[in-house]
Ligand binder design. Structure first.
Ligand code: PLP
Length: 400
């Protein structure tokens, strides 16, 4: 099919939630590259918004999915599932969690986290503790509960009134958090690095303070690592940067290397609040999804992708900082590992993103003054140099 025909079909039959998408349709990918249906090659510095961590169509992932699909794609959670048990074991062995539950997406994993925090206190005989405090500018998903948890008006307004209620506090403001905690609070939920609002970092001091506050007040700490987890920030889990462990954390995006799967991970004393019938999912943790995730995790760990993320992240940030010295429109370069945001002083992020696209480089924009880069974790210095040269040539057009 021609691109125009695909766009026409989409406009006629697909609900218009994504607006005018970038006019391209990809047919295949390999490594960091994608090719569109006309054969044009692109460098993917967005990786499906932090999903394609390994690379496009990594042979180990492809083979695992192929072999499992030939044997058994799905069976009900009414039965025991080998790959589900193994994936749970794997996640527990590499993280601070003791138990895991599988969902199909980040939002669903977060829904599970919210439910778990609430039921934990209900079962302790404290049903009045049901409120969760989240951060302003956070993003936790698109289900009703997770948009209520999200600290950005634009996602919430169309759906008000929202239930349940989440109190919001500013990032890195321990005093505001302490003031917000009240007798109804059951948990604090934080993205260790906020992705969707522009790569905003929490400080080590703040995170240590949050952990201490939660312990003192007897409430739970939940980390949403849907975007920043699994090597993206240069550590396997973002919480490792802060020297604190959450009671509950969630994963998705990179977990299946592109195959949809989310995980709700928790310490034993919290996880045990879920008893038979308290939570469930038809598809969550099915044989195919768990097999894909086992293969993806193996690649992330065994092929040194976490280390590469840290190393290439440092290189990328230093190159971007050099660009910042050259171009005054770059206000700030921020991030950790390969989760990077470039704050611009002008409203031209969408235009710059589109110009990079025309030159064969895929990046993201947030609002109209932040550029976002989330390349696959296999990115090389050479790939980064190409991205930097492209940005350099685009920024020249904005030099005053
Ligand atoms: C931090 C965070 N949490 C949750 C979500 C929602 O994940 P999903 O789109 O898989 O439901 C996202 C998606 O961007 C995210 O970045």
């Amino acid at each position: 099919m021609q691109l125009e025909e695909i766009i026409n079909l989409d406009k006629k039959y697909f609900m218009n939630t994504f607006g005018n998408r970038t006019p391209v349709c990809f047919s295949h990918g390999k490594g960091i590259n994608l090719w569109d249906i006309n054969g044009k090659k692109y460098y993917d510095f967005l990786a499906g918004i932090a999903v394609n961590a390994l690379e496009h169509s990594h042979p180990k992932l492809v083979n695992a999915i192929k072999q499992q699909a030939e044997k058994l794609i799905h069976c009900s959670n009414l039965y025991y599932i080998e790959s589900q048990a193994k994936l749970a074991e794997k996640l527990v062995s590499i993280s601070c969690a003791d138990k895991v539950f599988f969902a199909n997406s980040g939002a669903e994993a977060n829904e599970g986290a919210i439910k778990l925090a609430r039921i934990y206190f209900k079962k302790k005989g404290m049903p009045e503790k049901y409120e969760i405090i989240t951060l302003e500018k956070s993003f936790h998903g698109r289900t009703l509960a997770t948009i209520a948890a999200t600290g950005q008006d634009k996602y919430q307004k169309p759906y008000c009134p929202l239930t349940p209620k989440f109190l919001k506090v500013p990032i890195n403001d321990l005093e505001a958090l302490e003031k917000a905690i009240n007798s109804s609070t059951c948990a604090v939920m934080i993205e260790p690095i906020q992705g969707e609002s522009g790569v905003n970092l929490t400080s080590v001091e703040y995170m240590k303070g949050v952990r201490k506050l939660c312990d003192e007040k007897g409430i739970l700490l939940i980390f949403d690592e849907v975007q920043c987890g699994l090597g993206r920030t240069g550590k396997l889990f973002a919480y490792e940067h802060f020297g604190v462990e959450p009671d509950i954390f969630t994963l998705a995006k990179a977990l299946g290397g592109g195959f949809p799967i989310g995980a709700l991970c928790a310490k034993e004393h919290v996880a045990s609040a879920f008893e038979p019938g308290d939570h469930g999912s038809t598809f969550g943790g099915n044989p195919l999804a768990c097999t894909a995730a086992l293969a993806a995790l193996d690649v992330i760990i065994e092929e040194g992708l976490v280390e590469n993320s840290a190393k290439m992240g440092t290189y990328f940030m230093s190159k971007l900082s050099e660009l910042a010295e050259k171009y005054s429109i770059i206000q700030e370069v921020r991030g950790k590992g390969l989760m990077i945001g470039v704050q611009l002083s002008i409203d031209a992020a969408v235009e710059i993103k589109n110009k990079c696209f025309e030159k064969g480089y895929l990046i993201g924009s947030i609002g109209n003054n932040i550029l976002r880069m989330l390349p696959p974790l296999i990115v090389t210095e050479q790939d980064i140099d190409g991205m930097i040269d492209t940005l350099d040539s685009v920024f020249q057009e904005y030099q005053i």
